[in-house]
Each structure stands twice: as C-alpha cells, then as structure tokens.
Design a protein around this ligand. Structure first.
Ligand SMILES: [Zn+2]
Length: 182
C-alpha cells in the first residue's frame, strides 16, 4: 500500500484496514454477484478446508485475487486462484507493481515486495518509465507510465487493454514464482 496522501490512496488505506483486519471472514462481492476478494480471516477459513482435503488433490481458491491474499492462500496449500479483482483494479487505474525482482523475493502477506501505482496521480504526467522496472509484460516493454496516464485521462479504450495486460502478468508471475518456492 502506498504511503502518499492522495484522496484515493487514503481512502484505499482506510478501506483496506477495515477489510483486512476484520475479526470475521469478509468477502467483497460485486454488484453483479461476482466474488472479488476475501480478507485474511476468510483465508484462515480456507485453511481449515485445505486441512481436511488430502494434499493429492489440488485446490481452487475462488474469489481470491488480492496479491497478499494469494500469498496467504498459497502458503495454506491452494494452487489455483480466480478473481475479478486484478482486471477490475486495472480498469479503474490501480496497477500492481513489484518493488524488486520477484525471482529474489521472499513473499509474505502485507510485505513491501509490491505496491499500488495509481495511474491518475498527476505526478505520473511526464513519467518516462514503465509501470514497474521489474515487469516484462507487453505494456511495460513498450509504453511509459506517462503515456498510460494520458490514455486513462482521456478514457481511451487502449488504456483498459494495456492496464489489464499488466495486472494479469503481475498475477501470473506472482503465482509462477510462488509455485517454485520450496
Ligand atoms: Zn507490466
């Protein structure tokens, strides 16, 4: 979570604190009825389910899509994840970025190995760098954060495509790297 003071970032931090540290399992469901994300206590409940299913059977954590929740559930024994959150975040301007090369990261929930990039932030207007220096996706290899800021500002549909490619690649690399952990 970023430490800046933009209204979007402050609102995100307040929401995330309430959601993540709630004493009960909470699932975030979209207006369309899709399971978008679950909190830490919900992940603990998933851990109980995993504990009663033999390890020979891979398990699917439906609705788990927040990077921290994916790490938590992976450590509980889940291998597959399915959530609308990364693409939803991409479209709304909230991008995920590794802060270090993921190959060398010791993943843990709420660590500083990743951060949000809010593409609408004015400080990105002239940013001549990719969303993340550690991302190998099509978007980061060809487009600057400043150009994405421009596309987002004028609601160009190319922004939605490029942002979605990036957030999905982030999630793929996260899961690939977690799968290689001993
Ligand atoms: Zn990227």
């Amino acid at each position: 979570m970023r430490k800046d003071g933009t209204p979007r970032a402050v609102s995100d931090r307040h929401y995330y604190s309430m959601f993540e540290y709630a004493g009960v399992g909470v699932a975030n469901v979209s207006f369309a009825g899709e399971l978008v994300d679950v909190n830490a206590r919900f992940c603990e409940m998933l851990g109980y389910t995993r504990s009663v299913i033999p390890r020979a059977f891979p398990m699917h954590a439906l609705g788990v899509g927040h990077p921290d929740s994916v790490v938590t559930c992976h450590k509980l024994g889940y291998q597959m994840f399915d959530s609308a959150l990364p693409t939803r975040d991409a479209r709304s301007g909230r991008l995920y970025a590794f802060t270090n090369d993921p190959a060398g990261v010791n993943f843990r929930p709420r660590g500083n190995w990743w951060e949000y990039i809010y593409v609408e932030d004015k400080k990105h207007i002239k940013a001549n760098r990719p969303i993340s220096a550690f991302c190998d996706c099509h978007t980061c290899q060809r487009y600057s954060l400043g150009y994405l800021h421009h596309l987002h500002k004028i609601s160009d549909t190319l922004y939605y495509r490029l942002a979605t490619i990036h957030n999905l690649r982030f999630m793929m690399r996260l899961v690939e790297t977690l799968a290689r952990e001993p």
